[in-house]
Design a protein around this ligand. Structure first.
Ligand code: UDP
Length: 236
């Protein structure tokens, strides 16, 4: 497994809402903040890329009669809302943070500047990255992969609602088996679902290991960051 000093944690929007619901659930945000605090106590440097699916995804916008690019910008703004909520919960827990955005919202966040983000990480601040990559037609998974590489993180931890990657869809097949470790090659060959193609390709080409794990598992985040066996590790 991969033991990490600096991690990139991707938290999808559903981690901010009550299960099966939309919007923000402050209890879930508080629980996330508690786990993150424990991680910083272990001197792990943490950058989080925040999703926005609990509020809006660009893909949904067309069915609502909204132009796709506009919908994507709305999705990016949704990540700003989640990121501010997480930052607030962390600061209430005594954890220093900086919210850095890929789109201009300078009244509430700093702009994302790589060297400044690195400086915050070195100082032990949790860097909350919002606004994805700042361009429509991308996802926050792709932003997570790109930022992890740019910020020299040793692993991308993808916190999800499932406990890892299965050999086949566990919702359809009763005999689906959780894979504790798979190679990038195997993911491609068996067409396993990990993250979107662009994000996956970036990780594979830059030799960045990914751990997919259940964000609701007790101390799951700590285990994943410590390199303990949890979820699925994907590496070359
Ligand atoms: N988005 C975008 N460009 C980016 C990142 C995100 O346009 O670089 C938009 C896109 O519409 C996406 C939404 O923001 O659907 C929310 O992000 P995402 O769907 O990745 O959130 P998650 O599924 O992780 O909750």
């Amino acid at each position: 497994m991969v033991e990490a000093r600096r991690i990139l944690l991707k938290i999808s929007g559903e981690g901010f809402a009550r299960e099966g619901e939309t919007g923000l659930d402050t209890e879930r945000v508080k629980a996330l903040a508690t786990q993150l605090r424990k991680l910083t106590e272990e001197k792990v440097q943490v950058a989080c890329v925040i999703g926005g699916g609990n509020i809006l995804r660009g893909k949904q916008s067309e069915s609502l009669g909204i132009n796709r690019a506009t919908g994507d910008y709305m999705g990016m703004l949704a990540t700003v809302i989640n990121g501010l909520a997480l930052s607030d919960a962390l600061e209430s827990n005594g954890v220093p943070t900086r919210v850095m955005s890929a789109i201009d919202v300078h009244k509430v966040c700093e702009p994302f500047i790589r060297r400044r983000a690195l400086c915050h990480l070195e100082k032990g601040r949790v860097v909350v990255l919002v606004g994805g990559l700042g361009s429509p037609y991308f996802t926050t998974d792709t932003a997570a992969a790109q930022r992890a590489i740019e910020l020299d993180c040793s692993v991308l931890l993808k916190a999800t609602m499932v406990d890892g990657v299965y050999d086949k869809d566990p919702n359809t097949f009763d005999d689906a088996v959780l894979l504790p470790e798979v190679s990038f090659q195997q993911v491609l060959k068996q067409r396993l679902r990990v993250m979107d193609q662009t994000a996956f390709t970036l990780c594979r080409e830059h030799d960045l290991p990914i751990v997919v794990f259940d964000m609701n598992a007790e101390n799951g985040l700590l285990a994943a960051a410590r390199g303990e066996k949890i979820g699925t590790l994907i590496k070359n």
